[in-house]
Design a protein around this ligand. Structure first.
Ligand code: NAG
Ligand code: NAG
Ligand code: NAG
Ligand code: NAG
Length: 446
């Protein structure tokens, strides 16, 4: 609350108690009624004012308002692997020279929209382990625990998302949205609804939805990095923890870049309704999608379900809405991906409300964070370069206890005690402590 408002409230309280002390007459309750707040004093849920008073703690940095020109200006429409923020390239190089990115998995080739291939290498072998071929790596998430309906939706936000979001809202359900970065740029209101009103889990579905295994390392970095950055800048500084590869297409190289450069866990699925193909030539029919959903939801509880579903169209959303009552009727526990993983939603925050530890996209545990304090502000597309040098991936709590961090910019939202780390670290020693903590903290979350 700004000081001026607090001041006014104090004055008002003083005036009221003074008045109460001297006026004891029969008109008291009339006046009390008049003084009460009007019955309807708040804005409608979709009023833009809500964006100004966003729920939840932030990392203390003031980000451009979601949907504003300043918010989108720094983001590219396509990924240019030669124009990435230096911090991401540094993080990639550091992970690569530490031997954490496999060099023996070639970039896959693809023709006619078929599955990516690897020359003579077996896509299901230990070297490649392509999720497209259903090869599961131990770090992936494919199944939900027994009896759990692990809920997630791909490809939003879109204007077709709204009916789904209303259902989630009415039933007070949390799900995981694997969002396409550029769709967040086009549909900021749907994004805000999911984030502010539904308090859904926001996760990464890449910037432009390519077959990731067919991309160079740096293009993979860009597809993930820009999506991370946009979500980070649109959620008060939260760093997503989960990503789903488009088409389920990841291999050991792509998984490693996601994990080592960005701290992302790869999430696939164990059932595919093929709802995404409704309406395309040779695609699934709506009836077939409905029948599959019914079969799985009324079927065995072990393992639990993670069904591939989409916000893509009226039909994909409609199929879920139609099947939805069956989930509870058949005794499933409905959980988001973070819930089934029994972990916080974000790498640096438990959820959409909780405290946010200052974190920067592309400053992973494995990369030594620079201790050089940040100096200049850079052009938007290069801003993470300078930001990363001052922040490290964790350390807000430590910074708060040192008493050096109270100069964070006011954000007008959230819990001020969580906003401390927005301050630049003036002392190299403090930055060093933060770096150490970030390595320890990140080791816990990764
Ligand atoms: C960002 O700035 C640094 C330092 O000025 C520069 O070396 C780097 O090439 C820039 N990166 C981009 C993507 O412009
Ligand atoms: C959560 O995901 C991580 C990363 O894949 C994994 O190591 C961990 O075992 C998972 N936890 C649960 C409870 O599934
Ligand atoms: C799909 O479109 C039809 C026809 O416009 C409409 O009646 C229905 O409510 C829509 N369903 C969803 C889930 O939006
Ligand atoms: C993300 O937000 C930070 C802090 O406001 C800003 O410096 C940076 O330019 C933003 N990133 C982009 C790509 O706009």
């Amino acid at each position: 609350m700004p000081p001026s408002v607090i001041h006014s409230l104090l004055l008002l309280a003083a005036a009221l108690s003074a008045a109460a002390a001297v006026t004891h007459d029969s008109h008291d309750h009339d006046h009390a009624l008049d003084k009460a707040l009007p019955g309807r004093w708040y804005h409608d849920d979709d009023h833009p004012a809500h964006a100004l008073f966003k729920r939840g703690a932030t990392d203390g940095i003031t980000y451009a308002a979601v949907g504003s020109p300043e918010w989108s200006a720094g983001f590219p429409l396509k990924v240019d692997p030669n124009a990435l923020p230096q911090a991401w390239v540094d993080a990639y190089n550091s992970a690569k020279s530490a031997g954490k990115i496999p060099t023996n998995v070639p970039v896959a080739t693809q023709s006619n929209g078929g599955n990516p291939t690897y020359g003579n290498l077996d896509p299901n072998g230990n070297v490649v382990c392509s999720a497209t071929y259903k090869c599961r790596s131990p770090g992936d998430i494919w199944d939900a625990p027994d009896g759990v309906f692990g809920s997630s939706f791909d490809d939003g936000p879109l204007d077709t998302s709204q009916a789904l979001y209303e259902l989630l809202h009415e039933n007070n359900l949390k799900t995981t949205h694997f969002y396409i970065g550029t769709n967040i740029l086009w549909y900021p209101n749907e994004f805000l609804y999911a984030w502010n009103t539904l308090q859904s889990d926001i996760a990464v579905h890449t910037w432009t939805h390519p077959y990731m295994t067919t991309l160079s390392d740096l293009s993979v970095v860009g597809e993930l990095g820009w999506t991370m950055e946009l979500i980070h800048n649109s959620t008060g500084g939260r760093l997503p923890k989960f990503w789903r590869p488009p088409y389920g297409d990841a291999d050991n190289r792509v998984r490693a870049i996601a994990k080592e450069v960005f701290g992302l866990t790869t999430v696939i699925w164990n059932q595919d309704t093929e709802d995404w193909s409704i309406g395309s030539p040779g695609g699934a029919t709506r009836d077939a999608v409905n029948a599959n959903l019914q079969k799985w939801i009324t079927g065995p509880k072990s393992p639990g379900l993670i069904i591939l579903e989409h916000e893509l169209s009226n039909e994909t959303v409609g199929a879920f809405i139609q099947a939805f009552p069956l989930i509870a009727q058949n005794g499933w526990k409905f959980q988001s991906i973070a819930e089934i993983n029994n972990t916080g939603v974000y790498q640096n925050s438990p959820d959409d409300n909780g405290a946010v530890v200052l974190g920067t996209v592309g400053v992973p545990a494995s990369a030594p964070a620079s201790t050089t304090p940040s100096s200049a502000s850079a052009a938007p597309s290069n801003a993470t370069t300078t930001k990363s040098s001052s922040s490290g991936a964790a350390g807000n709590n430590a910074a708060s206890t040192t008493g050096t961090s109270k100069s964070a910019q006011a954000t007008g939202s959230g819990d001020a005690s969580h906003n401390g780390a927005g301050a630049r670290f003036a002392s190299p020693m403090l930055a060093g402590i933060v770096t150490l903590l970030s390595v320890a903290g990140a080791a816990l979350v990764l």
